[in-house]
Design a protein around this ligand. Structure first.
Ligand code: PLP
Length: 394
């Protein structure tokens, strides 16, 4: 009988392998700044979401140390039992300040936040309108809620309105959900128009600023800050795991909606609160992130220069307009070869394949950090262009 269970697992793994979709973890060392060491070799790191290079920031490391000595490493319970310490309340005030909202809520991760918000608000009599390229945690949140999932074409407000006309009247509650900066394409959602549609059709609006936090907005508050939309978004979420360089996630929202989530969001209620030491670090990291104005500007300038070079060379970069630049190749095997070629030349970038991206759009995802200089970016562009030519991608 045991053999049978092993066979089921092995057959599924073989099927993934045959389609070049098998994944594995890779141990890395010295994930510092612009470089990464894997199996003893150092590479340019174009795979990390540590956009502002804060994950090894001395001030942040000291803050977590200080937090551990002062408040301990474990929270002792869930937020509603005995896990809300002074630092949890303080970080939620900081979140509200950063997002310019009445209140803030801390979640244990971005994945948890999306699951929690969506399944708290929506139920089996609700409608969820999702951009086709929304992050997996959003789709999982909709599945957990039992709501009807309707996907509109990527960043296409005409299609969104067609779907609103078609479905909105049939459901009591509805929510439009979109990433602000898309994780795999690096493009921007048309947030202004989406806010307008959410108001016109009376839907909740959840915006996921995971990849915009720290990078967009004068104070790093995300695209909603840059576009001055804070008051028009019901649930303005993002993570501390990317540009903030640490861990955890947030939602900016009104006082009433905070009360609601605390009572209804299961991933908030039924899990141990984040360690106070870490939360103390998050408080410091929000302050640091807000002051990294020059780094934000340079990062986006550097990304623009790299994009220009790659576009002129003939790469398909989707509609990237951020620090995330996809090199869309199409076929899984060719994309995997491209990533291997780049690694041989000293650039560490990852092949992203289905189901993370739609079939036929496999790509190398380049993500830039503020640690890369203009000279580094020039060297990297030369390596990528030469690889693209050798593999007949451009
Ligand atoms: C758009 C988006 N939302 C949510 C998440 C999940 O965030 P976390 O890593 O904090 O769980 C991610 C991260 O992969 C993401 O890219």
């Amino acid at each position: 009988m045991r053999k049978n269970r092993e066979k089921i697992i092995n057959d599924e793994l073989s099927a993934l392998n045959a389609k070049f979709l098998l994944r594995f973890t890779r141990e890395v060392e010295n994930l510092r700044g612009k470089s990464i060491t894997v199996d003893g070799r150092q590479y340019f790191n174009l795979a990390s979401n540590d956009y502002l290079n804060l994950s090894n920031d001395t001030e942040l490391i000291n803050a977590v140390r200080e937090g551990a000595s002062e408040y301990g490493v474990g929270s002792g319970g869930s937020r509603l039992i005995c896990g809300t310490h002074g630092v949890h309340a303080a970080v939620e005030e900081k979140i509200a300040g950063m997002k310019k909202t009445e209140r803030g809520v801390l979640f244990n991760s971005g994945y948890n936040a999306n699951l929690g918000i969506i399944s708290a608000v929506l139920d089996s009599n609700s409608l969820a309108l999702c951009d086709r390229l929304n992050h997996a945690s959003i789709i999982d949140g909709v599945k957990l809620s039992g709501a009807k999932l309707v996907r509109y074409r990527h960043c296409d407000c005409e299609d969104l309105e067609v779907k609103l006309e078609q479905y909105r009247g049939k459901f009591k509650k509805a929510m439009i959900i979109t990433d602000s900066i898309f994780s795999m394409d690096g493009d921007r959602a048309p947030l202004d128009e989406i806010c307008g549609l959410s108001e016109k059709y009376d839907t909740f609006l959840l915006v996921d600023e995971a990849h915009a936090t720290g990078v967009f907005g004068a104070n790093g508050g995300g695209l909603s800050e840059e576009m001055n939309l804070a008051e028009r978004i019901d649930f303005n979420m993002g993570t501390f795991s990317k540009a903030a360089g640490i861990f955890g996630a947030y939602v900016g929202l009104t006082r009433e909606k905070k009360k609601f989530l605390i009572n209804k969001a299961r991933p908030f209620i039924y899990t141990t609160a984040l360690p106070p030491a870490l939360v103390y670090g998050i408080i410091r990291c929000i302050e640091i992130m807000q002051n990294r104005k020059e780094e934000r500007i340079n990062l986006l300038k550097n990304a623009g220069t790299l994009r220009g070079k790659l576009l002129s060379a003939g790469f398909n970069l989707s509609n990237s307009s951020s620090q995330i630049i996809p090199l869309v190749v199409g076929h899984e095997q060719k994309t995997t070869h491209f990533a291997e070629y780049l690694r041989r030349e000293g650039v560490f970038a990852v092949a992203i394949r289905p189901p993370t991206v739609p079939p036929g759009t496999s790509r190398i995802r380049l993500s830039l950090t503020s640690a890369l200089s203009r000279k580094d970016t020039r060297i990297i562009s030369e390596i990528i262009i030469s690889a693209g030519k050798s593999l007949n991608i451009i």
